[in-house]
Design a binder for this molecule. Structure first.
Ligand SMILES: [Zn+2]
Ligand SMILES: [Zn+2]
Length: 265
């Protein structure tokens, strides 16, 4: 499996996941033009993408859908509520593939599971993607957990993180910097830090501390707020966990904007 985070943060989120026979995007939160630029940087292009898996309808995850209707070959996977919420953007021309939240299904050589997350959208989800099989010498099982845009982590999320060897989780804001921010009205700050907003550095760390296990190979911290977080704040918050995980599992902080973080396992 190869994961490349193309962009992260409120200006847009998208990642490229590749296996032997699938090349898919997790979210498409950039214009198609920008997505194509980012994909070119990753050595591919939109024409070579097979599918998009949508977590929820917010613009920083779905902005590319408008242009994707010109690429009917690309299958768009979403639950019905999310599909309904973005249908105006994507139109009927798009090739929709609807799934039930909680279901596990196959796409080519990928096993995909969606699970609900608490966030202020219609029916937001996280995903796990798995490839290969346990004990298979040539194609051992590899897996990825994708978890962004959630206000808190319910118990069912824990199992998904423990089941995977690579974890992408949001570490959205530093509570102190959010509190000190003068540009955002109080109501917005309440939304961000609320039960259906985003994980703070502290909440993300506590989640990872509670689920940490020896099988993890790499952790990506993503969806950092540009104004209400900083690389230094995240680094400080995760220093002890980084030490505890040791050399077996690196912890990478993805700076907001067009990212180039990649990992093959
Ligand atoms: Zn988002
Ligand atoms: Zn969102």
């Amino acid at each position: 499996m190869r994961l490349q985070i193309l962009g992260s943060g409120s200006s847009g989120n998208a990642a490229l996941l590749q296996t032997g026979s699938a090349r898919v995007l997790i979210d498409a939160g950039f214009s198609c033009r920008r997505l194509n630029e980012l994909l070119r940087g990753a050595g591919t292009r939109l024409e070579e993408i097979d599918a998009v898996f949508l977590t929820h309808e917010h613009g920083d995850h779905s902005a590319g859908l408008e242009g994707l209707k010109r690429h009917p070959r690309i299958e768009i996977f979403a639950n019905a509520a999310t599909a309904r919420a973005v249908q105006q953007k994507a139109g009927r021309e798009a090739t929709w593939r609807l799934f039930e939240t909680g279901a596990t299904f196959r796409f080519r050589d990928l096993e995909v599971t969606s699970f609900s997350v608490p966030h202020d959208a219609q029916e937001p989800v996280g995903f796990t993607f798995a490839h290969g099989a346990e004990g298979d010498l040539f194609s051992p099982r590899r897996s990825l957990a994708w978890l962004t845009d959630l206000g808190h982590a319910p118990a069912h999320v824990y199992g998904h993180l423990r089941a995977c060897d690579v974890v992408v989780v949001e570490s959205n804001h530093c509570p102190v910097l959010l509190e000190a921010d003068h540009r955002r009205p109080w109501s917005t700050k309440q939304r961000i830090s609320g039960r259906h907003g985003h994980l703070s550095n502290t909440a993300a760390r506590e989640l990872l501390e509670a689920t940490a296990h020896a099988g993890w190979r790499r952790i990506f911290l993503t969806h950092l707020s540009r104004d209400c977080n900083s690389l230094a704040a995240v680094e400080q918050s995760f220093a002890a966990l980084r030490e505890r995980l040791g050399a077996a599992c690196d912890l990478e902080i993805v700076a907001p904007g067009g990212g180039t973080a990649a990992w093959e396992w």
